[in-house]
Design a protein around this ligand. Structure first.
Ligand code: ADP
Ligand code: MG
Length: 701
C-alpha cells in the first residue's frame, strides 16, 4: 500500500464516524490510517500457552494454567474475609484468592474438577497466588474457540466511556488491514533486512496487531523497534555531522613545550588508562578544524581536573588562552590552588576570577587577558561578564555542567568570532542508554576508572534507633584525626520543617559532641555567602571536625581528610544525589564510610535506592537504576527530548536494540552521509517522509 493512501483521514475507515474520529484524535492522536497502524499494543494476553505451576516465574505475568481445586477456605483478615482455594496440577500447588463475590464462588466452584484458569500471578510468602482468576471448566474450554494472543491497546477513560473499547480498536485494525490488504511499503533497505534478518514491514505490522505466537511477535517487535530507533539515530547523527561541517574551530595541531614539560616533569602520578584514552579523544577533536563540543563524564574522584588541565596546556601550546569555570567560589578556588600547585615553576600565567576578587586584581586580570599575557583564567560565573574579554580564547571548560544553563554556555561561544572549543565536565553520570539518544549530537567521553589505590567507601544503612552506636563510631573516627559530614535533606516544599530538622540535628550534635573537644561547622542555604564560605573554610583547614549541612556541599568540595558521610533521612534523597554526596568522602588513602540513616517506614522504591547504594559504587550502574526507578521523564534534559514519545521502543529496556540501531546508522552515514546511494534510497525516502509528516520532529531538540 503506498504511503499516500495511509495519509487518508481516519474518518474514512469503515466503522469510524465523525464522533469516533474526534475521540480517536483527541485521546490517542490518531488522525490518519497511518496513525492507527502505529498504535501499538501495550501488551498481549497470551492464551496460546498453558503453564505448569512448577514453571511459574516471579514476574507477575498473566498466565493460563490447567488444574483443580482441592480445598477451599475462608480466611479472616483485618477488614472482612478472603476466600482462598488450593489449586494443584501435576507439578505443584498455588492459591487462588477472592476478596469480592465470595459467596457466589463458594456456591458454584466444583472441587476436584479440571479448570482452565487465567490471571496475573503474585509471589507472596513463599507461594504463588492469583487473585480473581478467570475460570472455565476444562470441558467447556475444549469445546470453545481457541483465542490466540490478544493485543491490549492503550486506553483512556474517555475512550471507554465512548464505547471505544479494546475490542472496537481491534475491529478497526482488522478493517484497516482488509482495506490495505495488509500490504505496507517497505521502509528499510534490503541490505539491512538481510543483514539483521528482519521481517518485512508488512509481516511486522501484521504480527504486532495479530500475533499468532510469541516467536512471531518477538520478530515483529524487534523489527519495529529497530526501525524507530534507527531513524532517530540517523537524524541525530546527521545533525552532528552538519554541525561539524558548519562550525569552524581553531586547529590545535601542536603538542608543545607546556604539555610535554608538564607530562615529563610535573605530573605527580601515572595517568589512568581512562584518562589517557579521553585525552586522546580530545586531542583528536582539537585537530579537525571543527569546533569541539564534548561532554566528559566521570564519576566523582575519577580525575577530571587533570584532563582539564592537560587540555588547557594544549591550548597554550597552540598560542591560545583557556578558561575553566566552576559553579561555586569554593570550587573555583580549589581548582585554582590545585592547578597552581601542579604547574609549579612552569611559568604559566594564571589567575582566579570570582565575585569576591578585589577591584585592583580584577582590573589587572581584565588587562592581561586582553593583551594576552594571562594564559589561564579560572573562575565562577564572573568569567562570563561582558567586561571579561580575552585576546584569543581557544578553549573553555565547564565543570559540573548541570549548574550552568545552556544560555550561559552559549555566552562563552560569543566571546570570539570563532567559538572556542568547549569541554563540559560532569560527575552526574547520564546512563549510557540515555546519553546515546539524548546527546547523540554531542561527543561524549567517559572516564570509567578510578585512580588506583582508592578504597571503596564502606556504605551501610542504619535505622534511627541505632544513632548512639553511630555516634560512638564517629567519636572513634574523630579521635583518629578524621572529619565528618552530616547532611540533612532540604526540599523546597517543606523547607520550614527541613530547616527545623537541620537545626535540631545541629543542636543534638552540639550536645553529644561538646566543646572544647569537638568543633562543629554548620552550612545551610539561609546563611550569607560569606558566612558559608567562612564555615566551609574552617572545615577545609581542619579546624572543625564535623560539618552539619544541607546539600550545599554536594558539588565538588575536596576535603581528603573527611572520612565519614552521614546522610540523615536518606530515604528522601534521590539516587544520584546520594551518590554525589558519598563522593565527598573516600578521597584520601584511608578507609571511608557512608552511613545512610532512616526511620523504619520505607517505601519499596526507597528501599531499592538504599540497597543500590550499599551494593555498588559504580555511578553508571546507579544512574541506570535511577532511570529504571524514575523513568526518563524525571531525568534532566529529557523533557524536551521527546524520548517519551517513542511509539514502540523503550529507551531503558531496549538498550541493546538502540545500540544496534546506532551502530548501523553510523555505518550507513559514514559511507553515505546524504543517503543518496541507490541502496539507501528507501531510507532517504522514508526519512524525508517522516520529516515531512513531522513524525520525528519530537526528536529534534
Ligand atoms: P573529579 O573527577 O571528581 O573532579 P578530581 O579531578 O578532583 O576528581 O581528582 C580526584 C583526586 O584524584 C585528586 O586528588 C587528584 O589529584 C587525584 N588523581 C587524579 N588522577 C589521578 C591518577 N591518575 N592517579 C592518582 N591520583 C589521581
Ligand atoms: Mg571535580
Amino acid at each position: 500500500m503506498n504511503a499516500n493512501f495511509l495519509q487518508t483521514p481516519i474518518s474514512y475507515l469503515k466503522g469510524v464516524g465523525p464522533n469516533r474520529a474526534d475521540t480517536l484524535q483527541s485521546e490517542l492522536g490518531i488522525r490518519t490510517y497511518q496513525d492507527l497502524i502505529n498504535l501499538f499494543p501495550n501488551r498481549y494476553i497470551d492464551k496460546t500457552q498453558y503453564y505448569k505451576i512448577g514453571e511459574l516465574q516471579r514476574s507477575n505475568a498473566e498466565v493460563q494454567l490447567i488444574g483443580k481445586i482441592v480445598h477451599i477456605k475462608t480466611v479472616e483478615q483485618k477488614r472482612g474475609t478472603r476466600l482462598v482455594a488450593s489449586f494443584i496440577d501435576s507439578t505443584g500447588e498455588m492459591e487462588l484468592v477472592w476478596f469480592r463475590g465470595q459467596k457466589w464462588i463458594r456456591d458454584n466452584l466444583k472441587l476436584n474438577t479440571p479448570y482452565v484458569i487465567f490471571g496475573r500471578t503474585n509471589w507472596y510468602s513463599g507461594k504463588f497466588s492469583m487473585p480473581h482468576p478467570e475460570m472455565e471448566l476444562l470441558s467447556d474450554h475444549e469445546k470453545g474457540l481457541r483465542v490466540a494472543m490478544q493485543p491490549v491497546y492503550p486506553s483512556t477513560e474517555k475512550l471507554s466511556n465512548k464505547g471505544i473499547t479494546n475490542r472496537v480498536i481491534t475491529k478497526l485494525m482488522q478493517q484497516l488491514f482488509m482495506e490495505t490488504k495488509g500490504q505496507f511499503a517497505e521502509t528499510l533497505s534490503p541490505a539491512l533486512l538481510d543483514e539483521l534478518k528482519l521481517v518485512s514491514r508488512s509481516d511486522a505490522l501484521f504480527n504486532i496487531h495479530f500475533p499468532k505466537n510469541q516467536v512471531l511477535l518477538a520478530k515483529a517487535q524487534f523489527r519495529l523497534k529497530f526501525e524507530e530507533l534507527l531513524y532517530i539515530q540517523l537524524q541525530l547523527i546527521t545533525k552532528k555531522l552538519v554541525r561539524k561541517q558548519r562550525i569552524k574551530g581553531f586547529n590545535f595541531d601542536q603538542v608543545g613545550e607546556f604539555f610535554n614539560t608538564f607530562y615529563t616533569d610535573h605530573l605527580p602520578f601515572e595517568l589512568t588508562s581512562a584518562q589517557k584514552r579521553v585525552l586522546k579523544e580530545i586531542r583528536q577533536d582539537l585537530g579537525t578544524h571543527a569546533q569541539m563540543n564534548r561532554l566528559l563524564q566521570g564519576d566523582v574522584g575519577s580525575g577530571k581536573t587533570m584532563v582539564a588541565l592537560m587540555t588547557m596546556l594544549l591550548a597554550l601550546d597552540n598560542g591560545f588562552q583557556a578558561c575553566l569555570m566552576a559553579p561555586t567560589e569554593i570550587l573555583a578556588t580549589q581548582h585554582f590552588n590545585g592547578i597552581r600547585e601542579l604547574l609549579g615553576s612552569m611559568g604559566v600565567q594564571l589567575a582566579l576570577l570570582t565575585g569576591s576578587v578585589k577591584k585592583k586584581e580584577r582590573n589587572r586580570i581584565h588587562e592581561t587577558l586582553e593583551n594576552g599575557e594571562l594564559q589561564i583564567l579560572i573562575g565562577t560565573h564572573a568569567v562570563l561578564e561582558d567586561k571579561v574579554r580575552f585576546k584569543n580564547l581557544g578553549l573553555a571548560i565547564i565543570d559540573e555542567q548541570h549548574r550552568f544553563g545552556v544560555a550561559q554556555r552559549s555566552k562563552l561561544w560569543h566571546k570570539n568570532e570563532i567559538p572556542p572549543h568547549i569541554l563540559v565536565m560532569t560527575a552526574t553520570p547520564i546512563p549510557r542508554t540515555l546519553a546515546m539518544s539524548l546527546y547523540g549530537d554531542l561527543d561524549i567521553s567517559v572516564i570509567d576508572e578510578l585512580p588506583p589505590g582508592r578504597k571503596p567507601v564502606k556504605t551501610v544503612h542504619r535505622y534511627d534507633n541505632n544513632r548512639l552506636k553511630v555516634f560512638q563510631f564517629l567519636k572513634e573516627e574523630i579521635k583518629k584525626g578524621r572529619q565528618v559530614y552530616m547532611v540533612y535533606p532540604l526540599i523546597q516544599e517543606s523547607e520550614a520543617l527541613d530547616y527545623k530538622d537541620l537545626m535540631d540535628g545541629y543542636e543534638s550534635m552540639v550536645r553529644d559532641f561538646p566543646l572544647p573537644n569537638y568543633q562543629i561547622s554548620i552550612v545551610h542555604g539561609k546563611m550569607k555567602t560569606e558566612d558559608k564560605d567562612y564555615e566551609m573554610a574552617r572545615f577545609i583547614r581542619g579546624e572543625t571536625q564535623i560539618m552539619v549541612a544541607t546539600t550545599v556541599i554536594e558539588v565538588g568540595v575536596d576535603v581528603p581528610n573527611a572520612s565519614v558521610m552521614i546522610i540523615e533521612s536518606a530515604e528522601r534523597f534521590g539516587l544520584s544525589q546520594l551518590h554525589q554526596l558519598r563522593g565527598r568522602v573516600g578521597r584520601g588513602a584511608d578507609q571511608s564510610y557512608c552511613i545512610l540513616m532512616t526511620g523504619h517506614k520505607l517505601s519499596t522504591e526507597a528501599r531499592t535506592r538504599l540497597e543500590t547504594m550499599v551494593r555498588t559504587h559504580d555511578g553508571f550502574e546507579i544512574a541506570e537504576v535511577d532511570l529504571r526507578l524514575r523513568g526518563p521523564g524525571d531525568l534532566m534534559g529529557t523533557q524536551q527530548s521527546g524520548l517519551l514519545n517513542l511509539k514502540i521502543a523503550d529507551i531503558v529496556k531496549d538498550n541493546d536494540i538502540l545500540k544496534t540501531a546506532r551502530f548501523h546508522a553510523l555505518k550507513i552515514l559514514r559511507a553515505d552521509p546524504l543517503l543518496d546511494h541507490e541502496e539507501n534510497k528507501v531510507l532517504r525516502q522514508t526519512y524525508a517522509l517522516l520529516v515531512r509528516h513531522k513524525n520525528i520532529w519530537n526528536y529534534i531538540s
